[in-house]
Design a protein around this ligand. Sequence first.
Ligand SMILES: *[C@@H]1O[C@H](CO)[C@@H](O)[C@H](O)[C@H]1NC(C)=O
Ligand SMILES: *[C@@H]1O[C@H](CO)[C@@H](O)[C@H](O)[C@H]1NC(C)=O
Ligand SMILES: *[C@@H]1O[C@H](CO)[C@@H](O)[C@H](O)[C@H]1NC(C)=O
Ligand SMILES: *[C@@H]1O[C@H](CO)[C@@H](O)[C@H](O)[C@H]1NC(C)=O
Ligand SMILES: *[C@@H]1O[C@H](CO)[C@@H](O)[C@H](O)[C@H]1NC(C)=O
Ligand SMILES: *[C@@H]1O[C@H](CO)[C@@H](O)[C@H](O)[C@H]1NC(C)=O
Ligand SMILES: *[C@@H]1O[C@H](CO)[C@@H](O)[C@H](O)[C@H]1NC(C)=O
Length: 449
Amino acid sequence: MRYRWRYASKYALLFGIVSTFGLYILNNKLNSIQTFQSSLSIYSTGPGVKDEKLIPHRHYFHTTRMVTDVDCNAIIQGDEDEIRRAETKRNVRRFLQPQNYSQMARNCSTFKNQRGYIDHHLTEVERKFPIAFSLLMFKDIEQSERLLRAIYRPQNYYCIHVDAKTDHTIYDAMSLIVNCFENVFLTFTRFDVQWGTMTVLEPELQCMKELWNKSASWKYFINLTGQEFPLRTNYELVRILQAYNGANDIQGIASRSEIKHFYKWRWKTAGAPPHNISPIKASVHVVVNRGFVDYVLHDQRAHDLLNWTRQTDVPDETFFATLNHNPHLRVPGSYLGDPKTDDVIKPFMARFKNWGMTSKEWSGLECHGKRVRQICIIGPGDLPDLANSKKLFVNKFYQNFHPYGYDCLEELIANRTRDIYLGNISFDATYYGTFGFVRNKIGLNMDNT
Ligand SMILES: *[C@@H]1O[C@H](CO)[C@@H](O)[C@H](O)[C@H]1NC(C)=O
Ligand SMILES: *[C@@H]1O[C@H](CO)[C@@H](O)[C@H](O)[C@H]1NC(C)=O
Ligand SMILES: *[C@@H]1O[C@H](CO)[C@@H](O)[C@H](O)[C@H]1NC(C)=O
Ligand SMILES: *[C@@H]1O[C@H](CO)[C@@H](O)[C@H](O)[C@H]1NC(C)=O
Ligand SMILES: *[C@@H]1O[C@H](CO)[C@@H](O)[C@H](O)[C@H]1NC(C)=O
Ligand SMILES: *[C@@H]1O[C@H](CO)[C@@H](O)[C@H](O)[C@H]1NC(C)=O
Ligand SMILES: *[C@@H]1O[C@H](CO)[C@@H](O)[C@H](O)[C@H]1NC(C)=O
């Protein structure tokens, strides 16, 4: 029932936007694709990892992420009383401080053990498909460390940028933590990140450079901030990225013609972009294949575009989306169709991000936490939506705001990691291969022009 209403409201919303701009006509065909796609379920009960007869690493799940103060299962199922109890609970435990981490990380083996890091690839599929992550953090060390712990596997790579403004105690503690891992590192250079400026892009580019140099094996790059959390396990991410088959998951806010009307002021000061490029505006989260990163780092056209982007307003929302939506540049995995993100052809899967002006808008979802600059800061009441979402990561959490939301999501993802590994549930990524942006892209083999 929840679902029906949600899709109904999404439609109403989509229809509203569409009719306002008068640019599209939604036809029945799209409707039926939507119904087909959204009905593809991604979980079923066992067997998860069929080819893995032996499960020698179940000891990683002896220390669970079980929350003892509240019943996460009830919260996830939408039990109003339990949600209210979680929201109003006093005497929440104290968060770990930099000193605590400095203490713990002095002995790396005890640190990894006590914190419960999964120091094994778990499955062959995951071992053969390393992922590179960047993580931009600026405060709340415990929150960022738990994000790292949730996505940590020894075959992946993690580049962490600690903001130049951040207190040195956090930086020093993070240095000790990353020293416990071969595949986690802090950037050489630190930037003072100001949202909406080039300084958002600089640490990303820095991480791309350093990740590129660290290993030739990773296949996709994903960027995160310390206030996000995965909605998928590492195994699921790998299956999804395999289904993407080289496609990049980057949002485009509007169609080419809409962009010309609505966003041209951003780019006016910079003059015409180089190489016949049409600028595109998007959100700031990207999931891109290795070839895309190669292009960003090593192609002259990307360098020229970056130089042009420097002279525009809100450059961080322009650079990557523009590369992904100008097919004549032949950027690997970039999209051949219209940039506009919609639920049918080009959904944006990288983030669950509930934004709106009032309690329920745009995304079609109510915010049960609170809205800060239009983004929903997640609370326990949002857990049912998160548990049902097919997106990859969720944005965003505040450490001090309704911490049981974060705790329960952590428990859920830890359980799924365990249950998939033990073969109690299986994950099917077929849904992720159905999108237009997966089928209609520049192939990774760049020979055929
Ligand atoms: C963290 O450090 C503070 C003071 O440095 C200490 O009081 C507290 O007990 C520590 N917490 C843990 C869990 O070790
Ligand atoms: C770390 O702690 C473990 C277990 O307490 C101990 O066996 C080991 O010697 C310690 N390592 C270092 C480098 O202190
Ligand atoms: C890349 O790696 C090489 C050798 O491993 C090293 O000499 C070089 O400084 C590295 N460059 C960067 C940008 O990390
Ligand atoms: C992700 O990377 C893109 C491109 O570098 C950047 O514009 C954006 O700000 C990054 N997003 C986050 C959340 O770090
Ligand atoms: C960057 O753009 C500016 C202004 O268009 C130009 O003067 C400069 O030569 C460009 N730099 C590079 C490295 O292309
Ligand atoms: C996680 O697993 C534990 C142990 O099997 C179970 O008691 C708990 O309810 C599960 N939690 C969730 C959110 O699935
Ligand atoms: C997972 O499956 C095994 C048997 O394959 C069973 O013994 C175990 O209880 C199941 N665990 C959960 C949490 O359902």
